[in-house]
Structure formats: structure tokens, C-alpha cells
Design a protein around this ligand. Structure first.
Ligand code: SAM
Length: 325
């Protein structure tokens, strides 16, 4: 079996697949005016997704994350999860969701084979949450997360974008949240995209600030396994859960890149902040399995060493909902 290794010796065992560009939230840093339709809304079908996942699994990719847009706006999501979970070689099926319908769907997703759930919760203050996302749904999302934990979903995490507003209000609410919940609450440093430059200048805070805050309160960084992604988790003896930090502006961030991305229209994106992508969709049909794998492998040569966010270069990424954050 071939492996997916790029020109810098990085091996890829993790695929992030966007299944829709549509999002029902209007987060200030991503889609402040809400999702606007552009082009035909023709996203990959469950059959196409199945062929794609089989091709990547054939290269030893063992983990699939479904993202978007908001993946849970798709009515066929349970089928997509179930087929991915049944694919030989895939041992983790993950989703990143804003959690708006989690309470209703947590059991069905778990039964279909979902193993990893990431819920985006940018603030634990209902009013601030409402202001950031455009929706007053914090309590129902937290109830959905607690239900997923109670149902035994193997890995549950929460994500928050690190924003100046959040920093100024302090992080205590987040550490309280993981006092008894065995989850990792991960902060993602705000990334500059084509559309959010002014917002970025106003709200970007370096992950170093969070590191200082955690160290001063007795949180210590945990050792990383060799195949871990770019997040660093911090633990504390008085807390069941952990706090995580994803700091894309930190030196060496891309050195441990272990992921590839495919857009909801079937293009392989070699970097979230790159340009264009390699079309795979024409090969997501019966009889093209070998050609599909050959195109994926050939494309890896073009994977860059790292993003160029430091130069204020976000490639053609206007916002993260476009290609799957
Ligand atoms: N709709 C889903 C959700 O809300 O989790 C999945 C897609 S969303 C684009 C994936 C993640 O990217 C979310 O946690 C979101 O907060 C984060 N995100 C979006 N834009 C971002 C940016 N400019 N910088 C950092 N994180 C961002």
C-alpha cells in the first residue's frame, strides 16, 4: 500500500473533508453577513464521498473529519458518517460543528459511528456568544455537548477562537467549564483571511498571551505524541479537562502538519491558505480508483512547507467556511 508523504517528509493520515459551504451562523470573524450563495450549490454526494474516503484510506489515512460550512445542515449527514465509519482502514470519524442541532442528533451520529466531536463555542457568556455568532443558542449547544458526553462519544472537544474581547473578559469561564468535564477546550488563534483583515487587526491576540495566563495559574503543557497535530494541550491537577492552544503564527507550526483537505466541490487543497486546488471530482466515479489515487499522490509534490500568514498572505481563502476550517 502506498503512503502519502510530501517533499518535506511529512506523512498524511488525516483528511479534513468539507461537505458543504453553507453555514447557518454568521460569526463575526468568518461570515459576518451570513452565508451568500456563490455558483451552483453542487456539493459532493454520499457516493462521491465514499469513493474519495476509500481512496485516502487506501493510502493509510485513518482519520476523517467532516467540516464545512456547517456540516450538520446536510440532511444526509447520518448516511455520510455511517459509510465513512464502515470504510476499511478508517478508525476515526470526526465532525466539527457549531452544535446548533447537536441535542437532536448526538445519538444518531454516535450510532452511525461518530468517534470525535468538536463543538465550536467562542464564548460561555450567552450575550457575547449571541453577539459573535448571531444566534442566542449557547445553552442548547452546551446541553448537546453534555448529551454527547453522556452517550459515550469517545472524544469530545470544544473550540473557541482566541479574540481580544475574550481575553479581556478573562479565561476563568473556560477553565471552570473543564473542571468536571473530561474534554479539551481548544483556543484557536484568530487567522487573517481575505475578508477579515480589519477585524483581525482589531481582535488578533497572540497565543503567547494565553500561554502566560495558563502558566501563571498552574496549567502545564502535556507531552505530544510523534503523530500529534499542531495543538498543545495543558493540564491542571484540579481539572478533569484540558485547555488546548492552536497557534498558527507560532514558529514551526506547519512542520507537524499531518492533514490534507478536500473541499465540498471535490478539490484537494494542499494548504488551507494556498491557491486553488487539484480537482478530484471527475475521478469520483466507478472505474477510476487507480487514476484517483495517482492524482492524489502526484499532487502532494506541490504541498508547500508552510503557510504565508506572517506576510499577510492568506492565499485565495476569503473565509474559512469557503474550504472547510
Ligand atoms: N461550522 C463549523 C463550526 O462552527 O465549527 C465548522 C466550520 S468552521 C469554519 C471550523 C472552525 O474554524 C470553527 O471552530 C471556527 O471557529 C474556526 N474559524 C473560522 N474562521 C476562523 C479564523 N479566521 N481564525 C481562526 N479560526 C477560525
Amino acid at each position: 500500500m502506498g503512503r502519502l508523504v510530501d517533499g518535506f517528509g511529512r506523512r498524511f493520515r488525516y483528511l479534513r473533508l468539507s461537505i458543504t459551504e453553507v453555514c447557518n451562523y454568521s460569526c463575526t470573524y468568518c461570515l459576518p453577513d451570513g452565508f451568500k450563495k456563490s455558483g451552483a450549490m453542487s456539493f459532493l454526494t454520499p457516493d462521491e464521498i465514499d469513493r474519495l474516503v476509500r481512496a485516502f484510506a487506501g493510502f493509510g489515512v485513518a482519520k476523517l473529519r467532516l467540516t464545512g460550512g456547517e456540516p450538520s445542515v446536510r440532511r444526509d449527514l447520518v448516511e455520510i458518517i455511517a459509510r465513512a465509519a464502515a470504510t476499511p482502514g478508517i478508525d476515526k470519524v470526526a465532525i466539527t460543528t457549531n452544535g446548533w442541532n447537536l441535542r437532536r442528533n448526538a445519538a444518531a451520529w454516535r450510532e452511525a459511528g461518530l468517534t470525535n466531536l468538536n463543538v465550536s463555542i467562542d464564548s460561555l457568556d450567552p450575550a457575547v456568544f449571541h453577539r459573535i455568532t448571531g444566534h442566542d443558542q449557547l445553552n442548547q449547544i452546551v446541553a448537546g455537548l453534555d448529551l454527547a458526553l453522556a452517550l459515550g462519544t469517545p472524544t469530545v472537544k470544544a473550540n473557541a477562537v482566541l479574540l481580544r474581547d475574550t481575553v479581556e473578559r478573562g479565561f476563568d469561564a473556560f477553565t471552570d467549564f473543564v473542571r468536571d468535564r473530561p474534554i479539551s477546550f481548544r483556543f484557536i488563534e484568530l487567522m487573517r483571511t481575505g475578508d477579515n483583515a480589519a477585524y483581525f487587526d482589531d481582535q488578533h491576540v497572540s497565543g503567547v498571551d494565553l500561554q502566560g495566563w495558563l502558566a501563571a495559574r498552574g496549567w502545564t503543557p502535556m507531552a505530544k505524541a510523534f503523530d500529534d497535530g499542531p495543538a498543545t494541550d495543558y493540564s491542571h491537577p484540579d481539572h478533569a479537562g484540558r485547555i488546548g492552544l492552536i497557534a498558527p503564527y507560532a514558529p514551526g507550526f506547519c512542520d507537524s502538519c499531518n492533514r490534507l483537505r478536500v473541499t465540498s466541490r471535490g478539490a484537494l487543497r494542499l494548504c488551507l491558505f494556498g491557491e486553488l486546488g487539484v480537482n478530484l471530482r471527475d475521478l469520483l466515479v466507478p472505474g477510476q480508483e487507480e487514476a484517483l489515487q495517482a492524482r492524489i499522490q502526484a499532487a502532494l509534490v506541490g504541498k508547500p512547507a508552510g503557510h504565508r500568514l506572517h506576510e499577510n498572505n492568506s492565499g485565495d481563502t476569503r473565509q474559512l467556511a469557503q474550504f472547510g476550517g
